[in-house]
Design a protein around this ligand. Structure first.
Ligand code: ZN
Length: 222
């Protein structure tokens, strides 16, 4: 078993005009992770040298959390190569929400990762925990809501997940596989759907707990 804290890099593409987080999205997620004794989190972003994905740094990271939305196309092939290579060597990877269309996630999946549809109307999302015994579901209720979300609907164009931990539905009937896992090489991948730059989702304790659980699972510390 590896000693010491789990080392996490939280990557963010840059400032969003509608970003409601004073610490910005990566700072908010990193702060929540750093409240846990067993995790040490840092932040990086697109405008940093080497797009924030420096080979020597990445080599020392256990888990990379990725947030992107509008600037996916600016992520270079070299950055994607570094991320994919490290995942295959065992680094965990957690793309959140709109990172479904990020280049590293698409490269790891080998599919377009498109959604059926989406709608930004601050609607409640109703989540069901499908695998309550999974480490990522530890401390998470069987049924839980996020009050204001952007809706994503199936079909989600990804390979069959190894596990679907959370399922979402909206009052108008749409559904989504909201917490999915895959393995690439020896690296674990956890896609988490909830999260949006103009709603308060990342300050919610249950969402933070799922991200913490995901980090520990991806780092094989559960
Ligand atoms: Zn969104």
């Amino acid at each position: 078993m590896t000693e010491g804290p789990v080392k996490v890099l939280v990557w963010f593409e840059g400032q969003h005009p509608a970003d409601m987080y004073p610490q910005r999205i990566h700072g908010t997620i990193a702060a929540a992770l750093n409240e846990r004794e067993q995790i040490t989190a840092w932040i990086a972003e697109l405008l940093n040298p080497q797009q924030g994905i420096i080979e020597g740094v990445l080599a020392d990271i256990d888990v990379l959390v990725w947030w992107g939305h509008r600037l996916h196309k600016q992520v270079s092939d070299e950055t994607v190569r570094r991320v994919v290579g490290r995942v295959e060597e065992g680094m965990g990877f957690i793309p959140i929400h709109s990172a479904h269309h990020s280049k590293p996630f698409k490269a790891l999946m080998g599919t377009g990762c498109d959604l059926g549809s989406w709608r930004e109307e601050a609607e409640p999302e109703h989540l069901t925990t499908l695998l309550p015994d999974h480490p990522i579901a530890q401390g998470i209720a069987a049924q839980w809501d996020v009050p204001h979300t952007e809706m994503y609907s199936e079909p989600f164009d990804v390979p069959q997940p190894e596990e679907v931990i959370f399922h979402s539905c909206w009052d108008r009937g749409e559904e989504f596989r909201s917490g999915c896992t895959w393995t690439r090489g020896t690296g674990r991948i956890f896609y988490l759907r909830p999260g949006h730059e103009s709603y308060e989702i990342f300050t919610r304790p249950l969402v933070q707990q799922v991200i913490v659980n995901g980090v520990l699972w991806c780092a094989r510390r559960t």
